[in-house]
Design a protein around this ligand. Structure first.
Ligand SMILES: Nc1ncnc2c1ncn2[C@@H]1O[C@H](COP(=O)(O)OP(=O)(O)OP(=O)(O)O)[C@@H](O)[C@H]1O
Length: 317
């Protein structure tokens, strides 16, 4: 520690300790002393804070949830339970969030259930928790939202995952003839990585579809969303279900949609073999688990494309 006594630059008298962080008046020569060159006066700080809290435009859509106020910025998507929007917390520390607003008539408490599942997933203390908690949706709050137009809806507020473009269902809309097989490999492996962790902790997602997988094109990331139907593992609810759904999702993005997409001739043979087994053989999936399938995909990718290399992915072209 370096002892430091602030002194008045005009008369050399000692100043109170507060001179280190705010403007003080010297008791001897009455000089107004400021330590730094940049100061923020309390009155202007307060005025800026009040401005940041104010609803500056009556037509702006505001969501008031659990005493927090959010301004809605952009629509992000539409699901069977909720409309999803990008929002910003109205406060001095503005935070971008994703807000799910239940449709009128949606099954009550469905968003609450999703909030509870996500909280439990975030609280897991399994090996890898610090890494995987960042790769699962992060809940902020659940509550009743009041919009400025008077409408009320259940709302689930989530952290905004940076860099995510949209879902794989949106990717399919732009790639009507399917995406390149080398991209299907990283998408599949990212899903398997998270599924391995979630299954190890005893949870099953239960509804892996292209609409429940968000893509981060720049870093080749995948975020699994839509956790309202997730359940603890039982004799009937097993990891094999998620693993087969993951494989069907890959078939879907390789083919460009449809309900039971075939494996096209354009898919390299080693990858096509793993894909067929993972999507049609529940017993094999149960034995291999996420880690075993990941290993098989890795070997198939090596056989088809050689050593891994980063290929930029465009979700739209
Ligand atoms: N963070 C996000 N960034 C971009 N788009 C998103 C985000 N979250 C959701 N979406 C979009 O909104 C759509 C609906 O989201 P979600 O599946 O969570 O809603 P839902 O009503 O709960 O659906 P369901 O009831 O079928 O699970 C997604 O398919 C996706 O297109």
């Amino acid at each position: 520690m370096h002892p430091h006594t602030p002194i008045c630059p005009q008369c050399g008298a000692p100043l109170p300790r507060q001179a280190l962080w705010r403007t003080v008046t010297c008791a001897y020569c009455s000089a107004e002393v400021t330590h730094g060159e940049r100061i923020v006066r309390a009155a202007s700080f307060r005025a800026a804070y009040l401005r940041s809290r104010a609803i500056d435009d009556a037509s702006t859509c505001m969501v008031n949830c659990d005493s927090q106020q959010y301004r809605t910025l952009l629509p992000l998507g539409y699901g069977s339970t909720a409309r999803v929007v990008l929002g910003q917390r109205q406060s001095a520390l503005a935070e971008r969030v994703v807000i799910k607003l239940a449709h009128p008539g949606a099954t009550p408490d469905r968003l609450k259930r999703e909030w509870q599942v996500l909280q439990q997933l975030q609280e897991l203390a399994h090996p890898g928790a610090a890494y995987f908690s960042q790769r699962l949706p992060q809940p902020v709050l659940f509550g009743l939202a009041k919009e400025t137009n008077g409408a009320q809806a259940e709302a689930l507020v989530l952290r905004n995952p940076a860099g995510y473009w949209g879902s794989l269902a949106d990717v399919i809309q732009h790639h009507r003839h399917g995406i390149e097989a080398r991209h299907a490999i990283w998408i599949w492996r990212r899903m398997l990585e998270v599924l391995g962790y979630v299954h190890e902790a005893g949870w099953i997602h239960g509804r892996l579809t292209p609409a429940h997988l968000l893509v981060q094109p720049d870093d080749h990331g995948i975020l699994i969303i839509g956790w309202a139907d997730a359940q603890p593992q039982t004799a009937h609810v097993t990891p094999a279900r998620d693993l087969m759904q993951a494989a069907w999702t890959i078939r879907s993005i390789l083919h460009g949609g449809t309900d039971e997409p075939p494996i096209g001739h354009g898919t390299p043979a080693p990858l096509a073999a793993v894909l067929k087994q993972a999507s049609e053989d529940a017993h094999w999936c149960a034995n291999a688990g996420a880690a075993g399938i990941d290993q098989a995909v890795k070997s198939a990718a090596h056989a088809a494309f050689g050593a891994p290399q980063f290929t930029p992915f465009s979700p739209t072209t």
